[in-house]
Design a protein. Structure first.
Length: 168
């Protein structure tokens, strides 16, 4: 069965396309396994088996607009804000010993889709302080707790707490 890539809205893939694609190929090629409920529900059995969830998302970076297939990195708390891995992102310099990273190694950008927006946009470490209010400014409770600008190293916490506050 051949699938037109433009028709794909979401998919589950093994974490390593090279290492586990062979093992997961039968599940991936069977369209019946591409199960999804309405809303943000995903097939947790596939995710528990180590599969990664990708979604097609309309993105914008400045004036460039594209449809990209992006990995959702916050599937368990994405009802208000979806955070996607930026496949073109660079990482902060990491410090490590014997192959174990002790500090650094953080992504420098993500794509973020906020409920109510028409597209995902790139959030960058470099501009996070300036983008902070655009991301979280619609929650008075959140802004009261965190202030006008946030630290990039707290981005994950910000997204989680914002989602919790907006879900009340």
């Amino acid at each position: 069965v051949q699938v037109d890539p433009s028709k794909i809205k979401f998919m589950y893939l093994p974490p390593s396309a090279i290492g586990k694609l062979g093992a997961g190929a039968k599940k991936l090629t069977n369209v019946n396994n591409w199960y999804r409920k309405t809303g943000n529900d995903m097939d947790t059995s596939l995710m528990n088996d180590g599969y990664v969830y990708f979604e097609k998302e309309y993105t914008r970076v400045k004036s460039k607009k594209s449809d990209l297939m992006l990995q959702l990195v916050n599937p368990s708390f994405s009802s208000t804000m979806k955070v996607y891995h930026d496949p073109f992102a660079k990482e902060t310099t990491g410090i490590g010993v014997a192959g174990v990273t002790a500090a650094g190694g953080l992504e420098k950008s993500y794509y973020v889709f906020k409920k109510g927006n028409d597209s995902a946009f790139r959030v960058m470490k470099k501009y996070y302080g300036d983008q902070f209010k655009e991301l979280f400014g619609d929650s008075e409770e959140f802004m009261k707790k965190w202030g006008e600008k946030g630290k990039w190293s707290d981005f994950e916490t910000h997204v989680f707490e914002y989602t919790e506050m907006m879900g009340k």
